[in-house]
Design a protein around this ligand. Sequence first.
Ligand code: MF3
Ligand code: CO
Length: 237
Amino acid sequence: MAKAGRIVAEVLESLREMVRAGVTTREIEGAADAGIRERGGTPAFKGYRGYPASVCISINEQVVHGIPSARRLRDGDIASIDLGVYLDGFYGDAAISVPVGEIDRQSAELLRVTEEALYLGIRNAVEGNRLYDISAAVQRHVEKSGFSVVRMFVGHGIGRELHEEPQIPNYGSAGQGPRLKSGMTLAIEPMVNAGSFEVRILDDGWTAVTVDGKKSAHFEHTVAVTHDEPIILTKLQ
Ligand code: MF3
Ligand code: CO
């Protein structure tokens, strides 16, 4: 999982560097697919339940599962890039949200708060804690900042499958849920909306968008629970 996670981290970093006004999301898809394969991995999302690409790119009011296309990124957009890799029997999964050029203050705040919420969640992924300690830490930070956590999608266990038990909601009560044990591997992924948490799916069957049209951000890491600090498997070391 560390090897798969490292590929996710390296390729996501290279995709972050491609983000600028004028680039198409299909160009980012090409680099994602090539970057994964060059490193010996297989794109985890391509063909997953029929998903047609190697990366999800969700712009502005798109929450998750945006399909790469001829659309060009524009100055002021925020682009959420979600990448999964399969290598030697194991999965890694991570996401980042990236500003395109100059973005407005509220969008910058949304990105900052969502990434902070991810790290607050990760900090709670330690042996002896309860699963919803992670969820509660994420929700608390997001809501005190005036934003909302998406309910329709959740984080997940990950390992020999991309999606394993347990589901990891980004909302819940501290002290509840299964007890965390050393060796568990989790994909923690806050999806945060600037306005209401309600989302709907577009007619392409994939793209999730906010019902109110306001922006959304998404950060994700694959982490391993230990008796000590969590290990972030999709972080550039
Ligand atoms: N990172 C997302 C997840 O964890 C995206 C996977 S959906 C896919 O569930 F269909 F694109 F693979
Ligand atoms: Co995931």
